[in-house]
Each structure stands twice: as structure tokens, then as C-alpha cells.
Design a protein around this ligand. Structure first.
Ligand code: GUN
Length: 289
């Protein structure tokens, strides 16, 4: 029987921990605050930003949503970041990625106070992750993947893990987390230029798919009994669906789930974990402020 790793359930457990921590902080007179900045009108980004703000409200966190037009200039975005850096009610700042093409995203990330960088994208936090310094912020999606592995009882120590994708948001931090002391996996990072990608993936006890290509990882990529973590959230056209599209992961779920030992579904796998870990990071930022 393939274990279906239930991200909604694990995210609810993480959020229950958060609720206890939030009430403790509130009793000390601190309400953690998160600012979410959306530049432009990317439809998926709009959905993500709204669900982040909604979750804050549900948990009694202070939150602020700042929406800038798709013509916003670099200076305008930097001004917003500066204002939020100086706002003591805001402990966490997140600028939704990807911004429109006129925005230099790296410069925006560098302008965020590293102590408020709850995305963990600032070079100081990237370095802290590499250094295994626990005061840094770990990017939410890979942190959520690690929590799912732990909750599902998947042994990472000594396991061969293959991370497909080398992005700063998922692939690279995921590899660092898997190889860190305590997790102790043997990690390969594969990407679009990897030779015999399917063969490399078939060596893995744990495969993390973060490529952004719908249903790219087929059964041919997966060893019998392996654990498959699907980070992809892709919209594919589907005339039969109410919205005209359906969501699918980077993994061909039906055929891979028949072969895997454990797998995360899309939706309901990694997705709900990202927000839960963001709330956790915001609480950590408020504690460390
Ligand atoms: N876009 C996709 N994932 C993320 C994320 O974790 N943080 C931000 N800021 N943008 C994203």
C-alpha cells in the first residue's frame, strides 16, 4: 500500500503549535505581524497572497497586504520595503515572487531587513542555512517538505535523496536541509541539464520534484518503494473543469503513486505546508525581535 502523505493534516498540526505560541506571545504583549507585498497581477500570486493574509487573520496575527500595480517601479517597491523594515508592528516581510520583469527581485530581497526575511531568501539567511545556524530563517516550502518527511516517518539518515530543480526558493535550500546534520541524507541535485535524469532519479530513496513542469516525473523516474515529494503546482488547461484549468504537480501522480512507497498529492500535499511554515517563521521573527 502506498502511503499518501496528507499535507493538510500535517499543516493543521503545525498551525495548532503556532496557535499556542501566538497566545503565549500575546500574553506578553506581542502580536506577531506579517506584511505581504504583491507587485502586479499574476493570478497564482494573487491567490497565494490572499491565502497568506487570510490565514494570519484566522490565527489572530496582525497582517498587512500591500498591492502595487504591474507598472510599479523598483523605487516604489524599495520604498514599501523600507517603510516595513522600520515598522515595529511588522515582524515578517514577504514580497511575492515572481514580480513583473522591470523589478530587480534580487535587489528587493537584499533590501529586506534579514531579521524580518521570513521567506529566508536574503543572502544572510541563505548563509545561515548553509552554516546550520538556527537563528536564520529557512525558506517555507523546503521547510514544509522536511516536516512532511518527518511526520510520515520517512528515514532520511543515510538515504539517497535526489532533488530535481536548483531554484533558490526550493531546490538549493531543500538540498541543504536534507544533508544537514540530523537529517544526514546523501544528496544529489539534478536539473534540466542532468544526463540520464530518469536514471539518476531511479537511484533515489527520496525524490523531491521542484521543476515546474506539469507531470514531468513519470513512473520511469521512480524506484519501487521510494518516497516522492511533489513541490509542483501547475495550472493546466482543462475545458471540463469549472475554472477552465486544473492543478497538477510535477509528478504524474497516477502512475507514480502505483510504484512509490509514499507520495504527496497535489493539491493537499506540500502546498498547505508552505503557509504553515510561513506563520512559524513569522512567530520566530517576533520572538527574536
Ligand atoms: N512564490 C512561490 N513561492 C514563494 C515563496 O515561498 N515566497 C515568495 N515570496 N514567493 C513565492
Amino acid at each position: 500500500m502506498t502511503q499518501i502523505i496528507d499535507g493538510k493534516k500535517v499543516a493543521a498540526e503545525v498551525l495548532a503549535e503556532c496557535e499556542a505560541e501566538i497566545s503565549e506571545l500575546k500574553s506578553q504583549g506581542v502580536t506577531p505581524g506579517l506584511a505581504v507585498v504583491l507587485v502586479g497581477e499574476d493570478p497564482a500570486s494573487k491567490v497565494y497572497v490572499n491565502s497568506k493574509v487570510k490565514k494570519c487573520a484566522e490565527l489572530g496575527l496582525h497582517s498587512e497586504k500591500i498591492v502595487l500595480s504591474k507598472e510599479a517601479t523598483q523605487e516604489e517597491v524599495l520604498e514599501v520595503v523600507q517603510r516595513l523594515n522600520n515598522d515595529s508592528a511588522i515582524h515578517g516581510i514577504l514580497v511575492q515572487s515572481p514580480p513583473p520583469p522591470q523589478i530587480d527581485e534580487e535587489a528587493i530581497v537584499r533590501a529586506i531587513d534579514p531579521a524580518k526575511d521570513v521567506d529566508g531568501f536574503h543572502p544572510e539567511n541563505v548563509a545561515k542555512l548553509a552554516l546550520e545556524d538556527p537563528t536564520g530563517f529557512v525558506p517555507c516550502t523546503p521547510a514544509g517538505c522536511m516536516r512532511l518527511l518527518q511526520a510520515a516517518g520517512i528515514e532520511t539518515s543515510g538515504a539517497n535523496a535526489v532533488v530535481v530543480g536548483r531554484s533558490m526558493i526550493v531546490g538549493k535550500p531543500m538540498a541543504l536541509l536534507l544533508m544537514a546534520r540530523g537529517s544526514d541524507a546523501t544528496v544529489t541535485i539534478a536539473h534540466s541539464r542532468t544526463k540520464d535524469l530518469a536514471g539518476v532519479c531511479r537511484q533515489a530513496d527520496i525524490v523531491v520534484a521542484a521543476i515546474g513542469k506539469p507531470e514531468f516525473l513519470t513512473a520511469d523516474f521512480v524506484k519501487e518503494g521510494a518516497t516522492v515529494i511533489d513541490v509542483g503546482i501547475n495550472r493546466v488547461e482543462d475545458a471540463a473543469a469549472k475554472k477552465g484549468y486544473r492543478l497538477c504537480g510535477d509528478v504524474a501522480y497516477d502512475e507514480v503513486s502505483a510504484k512509490a512507497g509514499a507520495i504527496t498529492p497535489v493539491p493537499g500535499g506540500v502546498g498547505p505546508m508552505t503557509i504553515a511554515m510561513l506563520i512559524k517563521n513569522t512567530i520566530k521573527a517576533a520572538r527574536q525581535a
